[in-house]
Design a binder for this molecule. Structure first.
Ligand SMILES: *Cc1c(COP(=O)(O)O)cnc(C)c1O
Length: 373
């Protein structure tokens, strides 16, 4: 069976976890988390205080939205995203406003977003779908023009760059995920990148039940006893165990994961570029992509039969994603998004992870090419 995705963890991660359990002795949030934040900051070339680690990417999005809105405010978001983006918005008291995507890049359609702006719109949440930070210059200009804050759902985009700058090294608020199958994993985990001191302080407190200034104490193995709480907070901090895994993964990203993902992505593109009835995602020329998933569009109603063909050959595939506006909790499709709905009938995600071989990718492509000929 060729797997769609896979966690690539081994002895080094195991040793790091062992050290936390057997030597460090602090399993909750402590100095491993502080070190992981510092190392992420070094990787992104930003200051250590700009990185706030949390327990999931969803929590990162949740806290970001909660900081920026009042209850009932609206957040522009592409419907073609993981349910996380939507759940984070509604959990924070916001209303997700479903936007179309551009059919070529599969990123938020700003013309459609513009039509949906109301007096309650406070935030736009672009999703770097399939690790494609797309036309961010235009996106940030749009946000500025309509006085919106930007929360980047960069769950797919750790390690990617735009205009030679790493995603997370510039912009407004950027959220990463380190769940099991993302570009790097900490088992489960996420991080917020923020640049405003007051907002950084909010995130550091809010992840620890809004106990004021508890983060610094936790880093050195202590905690607050006499403290104040002024806001709703959450149990969203990262544990030392997870940070230890993430720290090892970060050292492997540029030497191992990123080159392999890029290589496999290139081989897919070379082999499927001229295949009839297939459209490949358009990426931004200014982007350097570390692909988390590889998504193709299969035209003329051939997607489902092709998916079946691949499954017959023991190749697992995915659908990223069921559009959120079709889900019961988010309107059950009462509102129509014709472009997104059409794209949903065409998309297919092919296997991509660092343990996949060149030969396996070539096999997948030859099955597809034979099928569509
Ligand atoms: C993975 C993912 C998230 C959430 O990350 P978790 O760490 O799994 O909570 C958010 N948005 C997108 C697009 C994702 O793929």
């Amino acid at each position: 069976m060729i797997r769609l995705s896979k966690s690539i963890v081994g002895q080094d991660e195991l040793n790091a976890v062992s050290k936390v359990i057997l030597e460090n002795g602090y399993l909750g949030m402590g100095n491993e988390v502080e070190k992981f934040e510092l190392e992420i900051a070094n990787y992104l070339n930003i200051k250590p205080q700009n990185v706030i680690c949390v327990n999931t990417g969803t929590s990162a999005l949740h806290l970001s939205v909660e900081l920026l809105i009042e209850k009932g405010d609206e957040v522009l978001v592409p419907s073609l995203t993981f349910i996380s983006s939507y759940q984070a918005i509604s959990a924070a008291g916001g209303v997700p406003i479903s936007c179309e995507v551009y059919p070529d890049s599969l990123t938020i359609d700003l013309e459609d977003a513009k039509r949906k702006i109301t007096a309650k719109t406070k935030v736009i949440m672009p999703v770097h779908y399939a690790s494609n930070p797309y036309d961010l210059e235009n996106l940030y200009n749009f946000a500025k023009l309509y006085k919106l804050r930007v929360v980047e759902d960069a769950a797919h985009a750790f390690g990617c760059s735009y205009n030679t700058k790493k995603i997370g090294s510039f912009g407004d608020i950027i959220c990463f995920s380190f769940d099991g199958i993302k570009n790097i994993t900490s088992g489960e985990g996420g991080a917020i990148v923020a640049f405003n001191d007051e907002e950084i302080e909010y995130f550091k407190d809010a992840r620890l039940l809004s106990i004021e200034k508890d983060s610094e104490k936790r880093y050195s193995g202590g905690r607050s006893w006499d403290f104040d709480v002024k806001k709703q907070g959450y149990r969203f901090h990262m544990s030392n165990i997870f940070a230890a895994i993430g720290r090892v993964q970060l050292t492997r990203l540029d030497v191992e994961f990123s080159p392999k993902r890029k290589l496999l992505h290139k081989i897919y593109k070379e082999n499927l570029n001229n295949t009839p009835n297939i459209i490949l995602q358009k990426t931004d020329n200014n982007s350097d992509i570390v692909p988390h998933i590889f998504v193709i569009r299969v035209l003329h109603g051939l997607r489902d039969s092709m998916k079946l063909k691949l499954e017959e050959n023991n190749i697992s595939t995915g659908l990223h994603y069921k559009p959120n506006h079709l889900l019961t909790f988010y309107g059950a499709g009462k509102e129509k998004l014709p472009i997104t709905e059409k794209i949903y009938s065409e998309i297919l995600t092919l296997p991509l992870h660092p343990a996949l071989t060149i030969e396996e990718v070539e096999t997948i492509c030859s099955i597809i090419n034979k099928f569509l000929k």
